[in-house]
Design a protein around this ligand. Structure first.
Ligand code: URP
Ligand code: ZN
Ligand code: ZN
Length: 480
């Protein structure tokens, strides 16, 4: 067989294996893996790892917010940053706002996403689950290939009540969709924030005090208990510490279908960063909050145990200086008025590899699972994305496991004017990224002029299949 490209002599890493082999690529897909493959175009991967392209299953890109502002990271700049860091598929969020149908923004977001140079599928945010949303709009959303819904148990413009959350869980169960949950207690955060403001604690460091671990733990426990009531699988987003992961582990031990992710910011940053002088601390404000030195080990223990099985970036494209970013409410705004979230598209793979594989906490196969294979399976992309195998898209990363780098904002290649990881040393770095057979990054030079990413309609996920165990045998979700 003849190939358009052969990647020769690298160590091909999947979730289960690491073997030295050549990869034959025809068009946009992997045609063969073996030895002695030949082509007019050979990419030498000797001494490098050949990984499946990363899948960032939680990132905010060009997303409209309820106040009319829009995330400053566009699909074009997000693609550049993702390719620079070894990621080839994104799963960002199509918004819904209270008082509006999903349709109010779906077409607009789909149009922006359609200009994406990187392949993507979508999560649908649900903030206002009216009867029309549950019975008419959600079935249409799923039919279009969006099979995961995000619910927020906190944040003023997004927050849903427990009753609304239950309604969406039931609808998801009927439709075979996954539900992803932001777990923090809305009232507890408001209560503590008001007290902090009354006491004159306006600075970014108060963000951590407004939402300690117990606020996240309580909401995680509740999110799981209510999902158990409905018998609907859920995925917990951005778990910040071991104490919260323990809630997930306890439910998993009972057989409940709940999974969880964490993000690099919780593995390498701490709340102490928010106490930097002036507004600098705003660069590290995300929710749940960063925790303390020592919390990362709890997360690694949960990752090794399989309790947390995805590492996403939760990338948020808010600039530090720009008028639409962290300073949107003014340079002196109190901590409750500073947008939450940190950028991390390009840093995700490198930090996970460095802290995980290079420091001996996980195997390189675990790294592939956490950053590509499990996100693909969970969100209905597996078979096309998430592994290195014949028939899969030729989304590949050549990875130098021993290259040492110091992270800078320039290396991130995003649209944002800072990186929370500035100055962090990592071991392991992508030297070439290929997306559907096209080299889109080589030695940091990203090139994709005119490239169109594909919208990937999600398949039903085995992880979203209910257990068919409902309390006392009454399935309330079937009574819509
Ligand atoms: O602080 C964060 N994580 N902001 C992004 C929105 C979200 O909650 O995922
Ligand atoms: Zn969230
Ligand atoms: Zn997020």
């Amino acid at each position: 067989m003849s190939y358009d490209t052969v990647i020769r002599g690298g160590t091909v890493v999947t979730a289960g294996d690491s073997i030295v082999a050549d990869i034959g690529i025809k068009g946009e897909t992997i045609a063969a893996i073996g030895l002695g493959l030949d082509s007019a175009r050979v990419i030498d991967a000797t001494g490098l790892l050949v990984l499946p392209g990363g899948i960032d299953s939680h990132c905010h890109v060009e997303q409209l917010e309820a106040d009319g502002s829009i995330h400053e990271e566009t699909f074009a700049t997000a693609a550049r940053s993702a390719f620079a860091g070894g990621t080839t598929t994104l799963i960002p969020f199509s918004p819904q706002f209270k008082g509006e149908p999903i349709a109010a923004h779906a077409r607009d977001y789909a149009a922006r996403a359609a200009r994406s140079p990187i392949d993507y599928t979508l999560h649908q945010i649900i903030t206002d689950p009216t009867e029309a949303v549950l019975l008419e709009e959600l079935p249409a959303v799923v039919a279009r290939g969006t099979r995961s819904l995000k619910m927020f148990l906190t944040y003023d413009p997004f927050h849903v009540t427990d009753g609304e959350y239950l309604d969406v869980l039931a609808a998801a169960k009927r439709l075979g969709a996954m539900v992803c949950v932001h777990c923090e207690n809305y009232d507890a955060i408001r209560w503590r924030s008001k007290a902090l403001l009354r006491a004159g604690h306006l600075e970014p460091a108060s963000h951590a005090l407004s939402r300690p671990r117990v606020v996240e733990r309580e909401a995680t426990h509740r999110a799981i208990a209510l999902a158990e009531l409905v018998d609907q699988p859920i995925h917990i987003f951005h778990v910040s510490c071991g104490e919260v992961a323990e809630e997930i582990a306890r439910a998993q031990a009972r057989g409940v279908k709940v999974t969880g992710e964490t993000c690099p910011q919780y593995l390498v940053l701490t709340a102490a960063e928010m106490a930097r002088p002036g507004r600098e601390g705003a660069k590290f404000m995300c929710s749940p909050s960063l925790r303390d030195a020592g919390d990362a080990e709890g997360l690694w223990a949960a990752i090794r145990a399989g309790t947390l099985d995805i590492i996403s970036s939760d990338h948020c494209g808010y600039s530090f200086e720009g008028p639409h970013g962290k300073a949107i409410s003014g340079a002196d705004a109190d901590f409750t008025r500073i947008p939450n979230g940190v950028p991390g598209l390009a840093a995700r793979m490198a930090i996970t590899f460095s802290e995980g594989v290079a420091k001996g906490r996980i195997s390189v196969n675990d790294f592939v699972k956490l950053t590509a294979t499990t996100p693909a399976r969970r969100f209905g992309l597996y078979g096309r994305k998430g592994s290195v195998a014949p028939g899969f898209d030729a989304d590949l990363v050549l990875w130098d496991a021993s290259r040492c780098m110091t992270l800078t904002n320039v290396l991130m290649q995003h649209a944002i004017d800072y990186s929370p990881y500035e100055g962090l040393s990592v071991t392991g770095w992508p030297v070439l990224t290929m997306a559907r057979g096209q080299v889109v990054m080589e030695e940091g030079v990203v090139t994709f002029a005119g490239r169109r990413g594909c919208f990937l309609p999600a398949d039903p996920s085995p992880d979203a299949k209910p257990r068919s165990i409902v309390p006392d045998g009454f399935d309330a979700a079937l009574v819509s």
